[in-house]
Design a protein around this ligand. Structure first.
Ligand SMILES: Cc1cc2nc3c(=O)[nH]c(=O)nc-3n(C[C@H](O)[C@H](O)[C@H](O)COP(=O)(O)OP(=O)(O)OC[C@H]3O[C@@H](n4cnc5c(N)ncnc54)[C@H](O)[C@@H]3O)c2cc1C
Length: 400
């Protein structure tokens, strides 16, 4: 008889790898876990970064991977938000946040090319079985799902997890429809080197074309996430590195001295996408396969890691009692806990995108007054910070 795996995960991005690792560690190696990815997670490249919030960081600490990740992580100690015009020489901060004295940073910046290989190494150490191939076909029976890869490998599992991103094969194979809303905006991502230290400062300018973020990474370097209407972004992609460098410089306003592009641009068309269901028969969707949000608040991965922690907790609870990890009631509970949170976050970021896209003078004035009030209201600011850090509210216990 062929092996029946407890859990098969399709997709070895940050969410799939974290779930695989978590299930092995929390079950003390009792659950059998196979992870399938069409590309090798040990060989990630490119300038893509994410700001990891405090809740998920604590989860990585418990998993024993944070020590290694910490060497590559840059803490964000301060954040400034402005609503300036591109032409403004000085882009005055309307809203600012600081890490509290002695307490944790606002978040940690990590390149995905550091995060994912580290999670991959830890997952393989913990005995996660890896298949480097594309998932092509899925057949369901009442007790299991049978997967077939492009190379013809067959895998039978009691629970299939779709962690296969925006264009999820597991989601489409289960005929789960999506609500999809293109923003007609594209984010261009770069790494720049600069003359002066950033001192852990993150900046977000809401410019006419969209948010322009300067996010500190290790060394005298920052990650740039520059959003423009997609037509303008296509034009920018045709420009020379020298011309792009001058455009970035104009947006930063000389704040970090001379700059140089180290890598990029890598482009990401922006879309709001929500799966209508996060579960199917013997299937749970996590991360971008379930929800893709606007990156302006830097929360997409953090929301995906909430899915990971929630699903892992439910599977481990049942496994301890010898119960089926793909049972309908478990999947129903997962969806109940995650769909509302992911949907409200997506809606909140969509609202922020809409609000900051308004360019009329009264709308700008209203935004400025609103941000000014928020900036001077400590209670409101710390509530916002708690929410963004993923350490308050209805959070998985692994984030505490
Ligand atoms: C510009 C930008 C900036 C962002 N900044 C932040 C931030 O600061 N903080 C934050 O929290 N989030 C951020 N995000 C969001 C974050 O990057 C994503 O939410 C997160 O990386 C999604 O991870 P995932 O594992 O769900 O999917 P993915 O990273 O897309 O991984 C999917 C994996 O599935 C594999 N796969 C796909 N199809 C198949 C198949 N058929 N068979 C086998 N394997 C398959 C792929 O190879 C891939 O490895 C940002 C996003 C963008 C676009």
């Amino acid at each position: 008889m062929a092996q029946v795996w407890d859990v098969a995960i399709s997709g070895g991005g940050a969410t799939g790898l974290s779930l695989a690792l978590l299930l092995r560690v929390l079950s003390g190696g009792a659950l059998s876990v196979v992870l399938i990815d069409q590309s090798d997670p040990a060989l990630r490249s490119g300038p893509r970064t994410s700001a990891l919030a405090e809740g998920p960081r604590r989860m990585f600490d418990r998993l024993g991977v944070w020590k290694k990740l910490f060497e590559k992580a840059q803490p964000i100690l301060k954040m400034e938000i402005s609503d300036a015009n591109l032409a403004d020489a000085v882009k005055t901060a309307l809203l600012s946040f600081k890490a509290g004295g002695g307490s944790e940073p606002l978040a940690h910046m990590l390149f995905h090319r550091d995060l994912e290989p580290q999670l991959f190494a830890a997952a393989t150490d913990q005995g996660v079985h890896i298949v480097t191939d594309a998932l092509e076909d899925i057949a369901y029976s009442p007790t299991s799902a049978t997967l077939r890869t492009r190379a013809g490998i067959s895998i039978r599992t009691r629970l299939l997890v779709g962690a296969d991103g925006l264009r999820s094969k597991t989601r489409t194979a289960a005929r789960i429809p999506v609500i999809s809303w293109p923003y007609n905006r594209t984010a261009l991502v770069f790494t720049i080197a600069h003359e002066y230290e950033h001192d852990g400062l993150a900046i977000q300018h809401f410019l006419e074309g969209g948010p322009f973020a300067v996010l500190p990474v290790t060394g005298r370097r920052s990650s740039i996430v520059w959003t423009e209407p997609s037509a303008k972004a296509s034009e920018l992609l045709k420009m020379s590195q020298a011309a792009l460098s001058a455009e970035i410089d104009a947006r930063i306003g000389g704040r970090f001295g001379e700059i140089q592009i180290e890598e990029g641009p890598q482009s990401f068309p922006l879309v709001l996408q929500l799966a209508r269901r996060f579960i199917g028969r013997r299937l749970a969707l996590i991360g971008d396969a379930a929800h893709r949000v606007h990156p302006l608040a830097g929360q997409g991965l953090n929301i995906g890691l909430r899915d990971v922690a929630t699903l892992a907790e439910l599977v481990i609870e049942r496994a301890k009692l010898g119960l089926d990890p793909g049972a309908e009631d478990l999947l129903g509970e997962y969806e109940r806990r995650r769909r509302f949170d992911a949907t409200t976050s997506a809606a909140a970021f969509d609202f922020m995108h809409g609000a900051y896209s308004l360019s009329s003078s009264p709308a700008r004035l209203a935004k400025r007054i609103g941000m000014g009030i928020l900036d001077r209201t400590d209670g409101l600011k710390s509530a916002l910070l708690g929410e963004a850090s993923g350490t308050t509210g209805a959070i998985p216990s692994l984030f505490r």
